[in-house]
Design a protein around this ligand. Structure first.
Ligand SMILES: [Cu+2]
Length: 175
């Protein structure tokens, strides 16, 4: 089925004054969309340029659950260094929803952004700032860009009912 057309030439074929007003409003919207599109293009270009340089982030991979449904963080212990920039890649490899919850760690880092990917690996959202907790659907992935700012030892858990008790907990050490 065809999308409703926003082509101004089709709209201007109407000769009614009220339709001309509507045309004006629609043109304003189209100009607005073009500006947004232009800004998006500039941002995409900037990101591409950045991607071509050396990768400033160390990737740390954490799997939530296991493909056969075991309640675990893999690995169950993470280590970071103060002042280094990381891409904490959290992947739900299991058939059920899971959480990454580590409040002390989350407050002990500078958080740049969180990128969210669907099960097909397509980025579906970018969230600037600091997450409070991260919940991921089966097959989903989150890349959290962060830099630890102080040494700490913290617990990571999945707070969904029964998961922690079944073994879904681990430790994070920043040194
Ligand atoms: Cu869980």
């Amino acid at each position: 089925m065809q999308q409703p057309s926003t082509n101004p030439s089709l709209i201007s074929s109407s000769t009614h004054a009220i339709h001309r007003q509507a045309l004006g409003a629609i043109l304003a919207i189209l100009v607005g969309l073009a500006l947004v599109d232009f800004a998006g293009g500039v941002l995409a270009y900037a990101q591409d340029a950045r991607a071509e340089g050396p990768d400033p982030y160390t990737t740390v991979r954490l799997e939530l659950g296991t493909p056969d449904g075991r309640m675990a963080f893999v690995p169950s212990a993470l280590e970071f260094q103060v002042g280094h920039r990381y891409r904490l890649r959290i992947v739900n490899v299991s058939p059920v929803e899971h959480e990454f919850d580590a409040p002390e760690f989350m407050l002990g880092v500078e958080s740049e952004r969180v990128e969210v990917f669907d099960a097909a690996g397509h980025k579906v959202a970018t969230l600037p700032g600091r997450p409070e907790e991260i919940q991921i659907s089966p097959g989903g992935r989150v890349d959290w860009y962060l830099m630890p700012i102080k040494p700490l030892e913290a617990e990571m858990v999945c707070d969904l009912p029964g998961h922690r008790e079944a073994g879904m907990k681990g430790t994070i050490r920043v040194h």
